[in-house]
Design a protein around this ligand. Structure first.
Ligand SMILES: Cc1cc2nc3c(=O)[nH]c(=O)nc-3n(C[C@H](O)[C@H](O)[C@H](O)COP(=O)(O)O)c2cc1C
Length: 228
């Protein structure tokens, strides 16, 4: 009996030692990954990603483009003249178009600059109240466009202010921006420079003024001369 007890106790000792021995490796397996310098590795990866990204951005910036070479003609037109010019440009450049539509459209009465009580005269005399909300300010796939034509009628010698909302709402970095306008007699004046200042980004070209009823041939000839 004593012999059997001794054998049983020896067997238990062997089993418990064996069990302890199995614990050891599994503990070190769990600990090992946690003791790896994971965060250092990740941060190194992050750094290299960031530098790769900024290198890419730099190259894109140097090339002067960010999109897929697409052209967009954006315009505001109160009575249709600028719309016609915009459509001619779009046809000549195979561009997409975006019409800027005020959420509160201008009626004929609103546009009557000879009426001192009209909306447009009030807005002209009160620059702080010229914020014109638009139905839509940014086209889908804005990033895809490298060249943006921006068209407007001349109002009191400057760009009709509904375009301001579009200019302020978008980032023109890496894009070539070409202003164009229609007017009864005024030239482009400083309208393009003022919009460029407002935008703060983009590579702005000088732009062009067309008469209110400009022909498709005139507009096309100008576009072709740009050498896009
Ligand atoms: C409120 C207002 C102000 C205008 N101011 C000028 C101006 O200063 N000089 C000018 O030559 N034409 C001026 N015009 C005429 C328009 O610029 C011209 O008719 C233009 O082609 C209209 O373009 P749209 O049909 O796209 O709105 C003005 C028109 C309006 C309604």
């Amino acid at each position: 009996m004593k012999k059997i007890t001794t054998i049983l106790m020896s067997l238990m000792l062997v089993f418990s030692l064996a069990a302890c021995g199995n614990d050891q490796p599994s503990q070190s397996e769990t600990v090992e990954p946690a003791s790896e310098p994971v965060s250092e590795d990740v941060s190194e990866d992050k750094n290299s990603d960031t530098s790769a990204e900024s290198e890419e951005e730099q190259q894109t910036e140097e090339a002067g483009t960010t999109g897929d070479g697409k052209v967009l003609v954006v315009y505001y037109s109160a009575t249709g003249n600028t719309k016609d010019a915009a459509d001619y440009i779009a046809a000549a450049t195979n561009a997409d178009t975006l019409e800027l539509v005020p959420a509160n459209p201008y009626s004929d009465g609103d546009l009557n600059w000879t009426d001192e009580n009209s909306r447009v005269v009030y807005e002209h005399d009160n620059p702080d109240d010229r914020e014109v909300e638009l139905v839509s300010t940014t086209p889908a796939e804005w990033e895809a466009y490298d060249t943006i034509f921006i068209g407007y009628p001349i109002w009191w010698g400057i760009a009709a202010w509904p375009v301001d909302t579009f200019i302020k709402a978008n980032d023109f970095t890496g894009k070539t921006v070409i202003p164009f306008c229609t007017s009864s007699s005024s030239g482009l004046g400083e309208s393009g420079e003022l919009l460029e200042e407002m935008a703060g980004t983009g590579n702005w070209l000088e732009g062009e003024r067309f008469s209110s009823g400009a022909s498709e041939d005139d507009v096309k000839a100008w576009v072709e001369g740009l050498g896009l």
